[in-house]
Design a protein around this ligand. Structure first.
Ligand SMILES: *Cc1c(COP(=O)(O)O)cnc(C)c1O
Length: 454
């Protein structure tokens, strides 16, 4: 190992606290230090190259070190890096807002900027809450969300998230949310139609009994990412939209993971012809190179906040870096690349390639389920293929498999025992094939051995 790498690892262990990481494990390991990126590859300080199999945690769209995005950031840097949106407008943020509204589901007319997925959701929750408050409907304070959903790590977004682990620890800090079972066909005894209907019925029952208490229903559209790539039966999102209309409550759709092409369309909502009242965007918005987020609202929501200052209808929320000019410049360049490269048109071919590989993987021992929604996929490892019994949490098979895939040249990160595939959307067919070969070879060669030694 190079002296420089050793020094960096020592300093990392001395000074950096990593997210979602048991640092005791980290300190006993030997981390990879990334130094640069080139196209669909990450390159570490030792010069080793890895295909970015999870798109740098689900946000990378066009690859790394993309000349058009980099030069858009440089050009913006020659003008200004940042100025506030509190009391001022900024040219790039105006331009981007117009671009986003042009491609967003019909009926969304306003863009509220922030800087991460969690803040985009936080803002949507507060907007929904205050939307009713401003109209004197002060009992509408609660949210309905799906079990196992993930909306980010701030207290508000954790409150509507359904991950037991976080709820246990932070329980007394969270506001109360009504959780309904997600439509998860793999864990449901019955047909897909029954599965969808069961979840919709649960939502309807809550709305029937308590619609006057409900501010909004919050969902990840089509697929619950962090829960393990749980793909919903088609028609579920549309069903939720119909119910929220029927019972006059709001729909918040969290497209932080699914937005910007990930499902094969620009936004997942398009698959079901749905316009939510509030739409949350982040991860892929800048192509995956700078932190930026947006919460989109309908005209109806926006107008409920209009009035005299003394009416106290103003939306009192903002972040220092709201609408950052460098981030907006990168986002505009990313949207340009979607058009220039006709990126969405290149996806069906790659989506089919992933589907064919998953079919092969599904037949292997200890593969419980394979799930895919466009360019996002999950491979679930189980102890028993028939009973679907999981391995114990402590076994960390997913992490062990991903470590082996790293040795073979693919940078992977699992969700518990689900292997996640989220390559940059623009990945070329050949590199995608190499990535898929690494995944399938590791599952064939190493999974049986890992299970035997377990
Ligand atoms: C990643 C994610 C978030 C949180 O985004 P951050 O930028 O990490 O705060 C929220 N919702 C969904 C659906 C996500 O996948």
């Amino acid at each position: 190992m190079k002296e420089k790498t050793k020094q960096l690892i020592t300093a990392d262990k001395e000074y950096v606290w990593h997210p979602f990481t048991q640092m005791k494990d980290w300190l006993s390991g030997e981390p990879i230090v990334i130094e640069s990126g080139e196209g669909f590859y990450l390159i570490d300080t030792e010069g080793r190259r890895y295909i970015d199999g999870v798109g740098s945690l689900w946000c990378n769209v066009h690859g790394h070190h993309v000349p058009q995005i980099d030069s858009a950031i440089r050009e913006q840097l020659d003008r200004i890096a940042h100025s506030t949106l509190l009391g001022l407008a900024q040219s790039r943020s105006v331009e981007l807002a117009e671009r986003i509204i042009r491609i967003a589901p019909n009926g969304l007319t306003k863009v509220f900027y922030s800087d991460s997925g969690a803040t985009a959701v936080e803002i949507a929750l507060k907007m929904a809450y205050q939307f009713w408050h401003n109209q004197g409907k002060k009992t509408r304070t609660q949210f309905i969300a799906l079990r196992n959903s993930y909306h980010g790590d701030t207290i508000g977004s954790v409150s509507v998230g359904g991950m037991e682990l976080f709820h246990g620890i932070f329980h007394s800090l969270l506001f109360e949310t009504c959780f309904v079972p997600a439509p998860y066909p793999y864990r449901f005894d019955g047909s897909i139609d029954q599965c969808r209907q069961f979840s919709l019925d649960q939502i309807e029952q809550l709305l029937q009994e308590r619609s006057h208490e409900m501010a909004a229903v919050v969902v990840e559209p089509l697929v619950q990412g962090a829960a393990g790539m749980i793909v919903h039966p088609s028609g579920f999102l549309k069903g939720v939209r119909e119910l929220t209309k029927k019972y006059d409550t709001l729909l918040i759709v969290d497209e932080v993971a699914t937005g910007f092409g990930r499902t094969g369309r620009m936004f997942a909502c398009e698959h079901e012809n749905v316009t939510p009242d509030l739409l949350c965007l982040a991860k892929g918005i800048t192509g995956g190179c700078l932190p930026l987020a947006a919460t989109l609202a309908t005209q109806q929501i926006y107008e409920a906040f209009l009035g005299e200052v003394a009416d106290f209808k103003t939306f009192y929320h903002g972040h220092t870096y709201t609408g950052n000019a460098l981030g907006c410049a990168a986002a505009i360049a990313s949207l340009d690349l979607f058009e220039q490269n006709r990126l969405l048109e290149t996806l069906p071919d790659k989506i089919a390639l992933i589907r064919d590989t998953l079919e092969k993987i599904a037949r292997l021992d200890h593969i419980g389920d394979v799930r895919q929604c466009g360019m996002m996929a999950g491979i679930e490892i189980v102890k028993n293929k028939k009973s679907k019994e999981s391995f114990l949490y402590e076994m960390t098979l997913g992490a062990k498999l991903c470590a082996l895939m790293r040795c073979r040249g693919a940078m992977m990160r699992p969700l518990s025992d689900v292997i996640v595939l989220m390559p940059p959307l623009a990945i070329d067919r050949m590199t995608l094939q190499i990535l898929l070969d690494i995944v399938i070879d590791t599952l064939i060669d190493d999974l049986p051995r890992l299970v035997r030694n377990a």
